[in-house]
Ligand binder design. Structure first.
Ligand code: PMP
Length: 312
């Protein structure tokens, strides 16, 4: 992967080569960090780069920091401004992935959350597809279980918890699948390795509740709104059984990286007729228009980088 030219590090934007931490850093040893994953999309017509829903990403980022007992003085507005400045400095003219990270920065030995300092860093890299087969993914149910809220809260994007994700993802890829679905300890589906999930059954869209050990996805929220407002679907948040997915009409996954990925096969069982369905196809199109700033009604989601426009 190409390295960034710059990074926000210890309060200022510096050359990427200067953004370094010592090996004793608490977060590196114990996973005591939280992160966000944001995308910015290049709009060729307007010659503009739009960061997608940065305020929502930074609100969740600060909540993750709060769970880890980190005192962050920056607001979502401050973090959005820093991100815009970093994008301008990088002079990106293509789709990029932005990674804000807040980490326990003390160099000391001792596992705990309290009485530690934290720092924030942000960097960005050009980024295309995350799931290559995103119109016809074949996924498997992982033999791993999702971390429970009383183990490491899934609603926080906590670095250490992503070791769970790494086990899930690697086993699925090595077994020849495109992605994995993960069950809660109670046996209901929580989400994909790094995606929320949606199922269409008898004309209704279902997605697991936020109390089912999911990350409260920004893309999930976006898709719920687009499905209700633009396509007129009823979207119900409730627990979903494994075998409901085997029998459903359409299944798709959503995430900043995965965008809207249609799943056409689960554990060698075709979903519906085994091809991407019309609901997933329509939502993919709406979502890609929204992120690039092509839907006037949702322009408040798009933070322009090169124009000095305010965003709500
Ligand atoms: N679940 C997990 C575990 C994730 O890592 C992600 C990616 N951030 C998502 C869901 C999707 O969240 P979002 O739409 O906010 O990117």
């Amino acid at each position: 992967m190409t390295l960034p030219n710059f990074a926000y590090f210890e309060g200022k934007i510096v050359p990427y080569s200067e953004a370094k931490v010592g090996v004793m850093t608490h977060a590196l040893n114990y996973g005591t960090a939280a992160f966000a994953g944001v995308r910015a999309y290049w709009n060729d017509q307007e010659e503009e780069l739009f960061v997608f829903r940065p305020m929502d990403h930074f609100r969740r980022f600060l909540q993750s920091a709060q769970l880890l007992l980190m005192d962050v003085e920056l607001t979502p507005e401050n973090l959005t401004e820093i991100t815009v400045e970093l994008m301008q400095k990088e002079n990106h003219r293509e789709d990029v992935y932005i990674r804000p990270l807040v980490y326990k920065s003390d160099e000391l030995v001792g596992v705990r959350l309290h009485d530690l300092s934290s720092e924030i860093t942000i960097f960005s890299v050009p980024f295309g597809k995350y799931v290559s087969n995103d119109t016809g993914a074949h996924v498997t149910f992982s033999s791993w279980r999702r971390v429970d809220d009383n183990m490491i809260p899934a609603r926080g994007k906590i670095a250490g918890a992503y070791v769970n994700t790494a086990f899930i993802k690697t086993d699925a890829i090595r077994a020849g699948f495109d992605e994995a679905l993960v069950l809660n300890v109670d046996g209901h589906i929580s989400e994909g390795s790094a995606e929320n999930v949606f199922m269409l059954r008898d004309g209704v869209i279902y997605t697991p509740r936020i109390t089912d050990n999911i990350l409260e996805g920004i893309t999930r929220r976006t898709i719920i709104e687009l499905a209700r407002e633009e396509l007129g679907y009823e979207v119900v948040e409730r627990s979903i059984d494994r075998t409901e997915i085997y029998l459903c009409d359409e299944f798709f996954m959503t995430g900043t990286a995965a965008q809207v990925t249609a799943v056409t096969m689960v554990d060698h069982r075709p979903i519906g007729n085994g091809e991407m369905g019309p609901v997933a196809a329509q939502l993919r199109e709406l979502y890609m228009d929204a992120v690039r700033g092509k839907l006037e009604k949702y322009r408040h989601w798009n933070q322009p980088v090169y124009a000095k426009l305010a965003v709500s």
